[in-house]
Design a protein around this ligand. Structure first.
Ligand code: MN
Length: 234
């Protein structure tokens, strides 16, 4: 059986082709999978579960159909859709997974993260993250009218683009010490994450044992799926 991992789809009404690729995955290959893991940034932005945009409804319906066909769908928040709540997750048939989480895959413990917390060199971003992950900030934000929240999200996206193009490329990648610390803390030698949009499989030594870090790719121009096969139990 195959377990599928995706992240950083950044679904947005501006890129309808990418939404089609996602619904094709859900209706096709994912139906034969063991489970689907969405490791954050499914949406380009999320302003609250009460958003009446057509995209949210379409994605919920298509994702729900996969769950209803018997395939578990796990969702971890990213830095764009961290406000996605229990209501929407239920509508979409997704079970919310904490960041970080450890799962067992083919007898091996695997650490799953979105990946933004591994980018410890990006001090400015981590300050912003601490603010918007504060439950009081979130409650205040969600109490604002939809139009005001939409304007804030558009502004935050602009700021994020400016920051991404101005910051040194190495600052926007994971910090290897942070990777090692997270893996050590969870007693794993395999990590899967997204966020950096630098798809690759990295091998390195972790305390005398070979460790692996799998980075998922973004969906800005094409789809990107990591498939992990497990032998059926004998
Ligand atoms: Mn991200």
């Amino acid at each position: 059986m195959t377990t599928l991992f995706i992240s950083d789809l950044h679904l947005d009404p501006q890129r309808p082709h990418i939404v089609d690729l996602y619904t094709e995955l859900l209706a096709g290959e994912a139906r034969r999978a063991n489970a689907l893991y969405i490791l954050g940034d499914l949406f380009e932005s999320w302003i609250g579960d009460d958003d009446d945009a057509a995209l949210a409804a379409r994605v919920a319906e298509a994702t729900r159909a996969l769950r209803d066909s018997g395939v578990p769908v796990w969702f971890m928040h990213g830095n764009r859709d961290f406000l996605l709540g229990a209501d929407y997750a239920a509508r979409a048939g997704m079970t919310v997974l904490a960041d970080p989480s450890v799962i067992e895959l083919g007898g091996e413990r695997v650490l799953l993260m979105h990946g933004d917390t591994l980018c410890t060199d990006d001090v400015e971003y981590l300050k912003f993250r601490a603010l918007v992950r504060d439950p009081r900030w979130q409650a205040q934000f969600l109490a604002k009218p939809l139009a005001e929240r939409r304007a804030f999200a558009a502004q935050a996206r602009g700021e994020s683009r400016k920051h991404t193009s101005a910051a040194k490329p190495e600052i926007m990648d994971v910090n290897q010490e942070a990777v090692a610390a997270a893996m050590r803390a969870h007693g794993v030698h395999k990590l899967i994450h997204g966020h950096t949009h630098r798809p690759a499989t990295h091998h390195f030594d972790l305390d005398g044992r070979l460790a692996e870090r799998v980075v998922l790719g973004d969906w800005y121009e094409q789809d990107s799926v990591v498939r992990i096969d497990q032998a059926p139990p004998r």
